[in-house]
Design a protein around this ligand. Structure first.
Ligand code: HEC
Ligand code: HEC
Length: 414
């Protein structure tokens, strides 16, 4: 970082403008502030997210940064608060609890004059296997601090990180994108085309992540920070805005806190304003990686036309393995995609939770028999025993059908 190396441009032609981008959008994004890179107190103005979004040149980008930063007056000047915690300019929620901006338009994550548009430093992306979110459509964005790099967990280059956690390895999977302190991830939820919630997930220190939820107003012009969880009836459903601790109950340490950005999830095309491009190629062209990560085959889309087994495993990985994996909430059941079926502790395994509830099927998975499989029962439940444990009230008709089809197709335990 010493040289403040600007992120390499993508060679032009495919700008980072988001869908419906805000104009002036092609060209190679260049951050080039020469600054230290957005640590707390790194100074205003120059320290915007390093992936310089839609601007055509470094100069234009700093203009964009300045205008973005103007919406974040509350966001700077918190360096004194311990020093460790990121609260620099750019896209972030200041971490002093009493100084959080109430409005999304004040975070620097959106265009302050039109909060429905992302700030132009944000990079949009999509994942191969999404979390079911009660039928909501989602937009996702990543904001990196200037000059900081993404380190992708790579077992061949750094075998030590892939040892077991007890032996000094890290918990997250191979291909997980370890995002630097100062990164903010943004997810926008839309129901019936209207924005209802925006979530910000911030990497605030070496050991800490924080999640925040903003509720959009009826007019769809801005969103307000929620102090706690909230349920709201929207149309025929009850939408759940998670609390800050609920964010981290799904964004588990065992899964690496940030969940979507992994090579297998990100290995897909995205329709950038300048044209479609593979997301790994895009981040590589932006100079966002500390070293170019090896390719990993994409997870199949659960709703695609791939092989049944792989689609079902992909669904369980994205929706359930965040908690059901070694090092997370219920760690004796491992629903990750890469885990061989025999290692999942599913097939004819007796349940370990709520055994006193006699409505629950006794076994986690019975080959050929979804009705007597707790795995399926829990996904069909609308209250009480419902899985996923948090954040969803509406049964995923396609997801449950897929898992039931999968269980039906299994003929025996390994
Ligand atoms: C039910 C579990 C669950 C809860 C609760 C939850 N998330 Fe997530 N979140 C996920 C999963 C799984 C993904 C990745 C898949 C996707 O993006 O569809 C994700 C993705 C995200 C992303 C995109 C970056 C990433 O890590 O993939 C953001 C931002 C985010 N969540 C923020 C939040 C915030 C903030 C809260 C709390 C207000 C929250 N989430 C609560 C499960 C959850
Ligand atoms: C936010 C974390 C979280 C997520 C996400 C989650 N679960 Fe769970 N799950 C739990 C917890 C905690 C328990 C144990 C307590 C209970 O039974 O409610 C559990 C228990 C279970 C059990 C019973 C296991 C036993 O031995 O009794 C099954 C089956 C299950 N989950 C399936 C799923 C499926 C399928 C998904 C995805 C659709 C999922 N879970 C997503 C947290 C989670």
């Amino acid at each position: 970082m010493a040289g403040g190396t600007p992120l390499a441009g993508s060679g032009g032609g495919s700008g980072m403008a988001t869908q419906g981008g805000s104009g002036g959008s092609s060209g190679a994004p260049v951050a080039g502030t020469g600054g230290e890179g957005g640590r707390a107190g790194a100074g205003a103005g120059g320290g915007m997210g390093g992936l310089g979004g839609m601007s055509g040149s470094a100069g234009a980008n700093s203009a964009g940064a300045a205008s973005g930063a103007s919406g974040t007056s509350g966001a700077s000047g918190t360096a004194g608060a311990g020093g460790l915690v990121y609260s620099g300019p750019g896209c972030s929620v200041p971490v002093r609890e009493n100084d959080e901006p109430m409005l999304l338009s004040q975070t620097g994550c959106v265009d302050p004059t039109d909060p429905t548009k992302p700030a132009d430093t944000l990079v949009p992306y999509d994942v191969n296997s999404p979390l079911w979110s009660d039928g909501a459509a989602k937009e996702r964005y990543l904001s990196l601090p200037t000059g900081a790099k993404i380190q992708v967990k790579d077992c061949s280059a750094e075998p030590d990180t892939c040892k077991s956690v007890d032996d000094g390895g890290t918990a997250e999977d191979e291909g997980h994108w370890d995002l630097p302190v100062g990164t903010t991830l943004v997810k926008v939820f839309l129901l019936g085309g209207a924005r209802i919630e925006t979530r910000l997930l911030m990497h605030v220190s070496d050991t800490q992540w924080r999640g925040y939820s903003y509720e959009w107003n009826e007019a769809g012009t801005d969103a307000t920070l929620l102090p706690d969880q909230k349920d709201k009836v929207i149309g025929a459903q009850t939408w759940h805005y998670p609390s800050r601790s609920q964010c981290l109950a799904c964004h588990t340490e065992g899964a690496g806190r940030s969940l979507g950005p992994t090579t297998a999830q990100m290995n897909r095309d995205y329709a950038y304003a300048g044209g479609a491009m593979n997301q790994l190629d895009k981040f590589e062209a932006l100079g966002a990686f500390d070293h170019v990560p090896p390719r990993i085959a994409p997870y199949p889309s659960p709703s695609g036309d791939g092989e049944l087994d792989a689609r079902a495993r992909s669904y369980l990985h994205a929706n359930c393995a965040i908690c059901h994996r070694p090092g997370a909430t219920v760690s004796d059941m491992d629903l990750r995609f890469e885990t061989p079926f025999a290692g999942m502790a599913l097939c004819n395994q007796v349940i370990t939770a709520n055994e006193d509830d006699l409505t629950l099927p006794r076994l986690r998975l019975v080959p050929g028999d979804p009705t007597n499989s707790s795995l399926s029962y829990r996904m069909h439940a609308s209250t009480g025993q419902r899985m996923p444990k948090l954040g969803s009230n509406v049964v995923d008709a396609d997801g449950t059908a897929l898992i039931d089809q999968w269980i039906t197709s299994i003929t025996s335990c390994p």
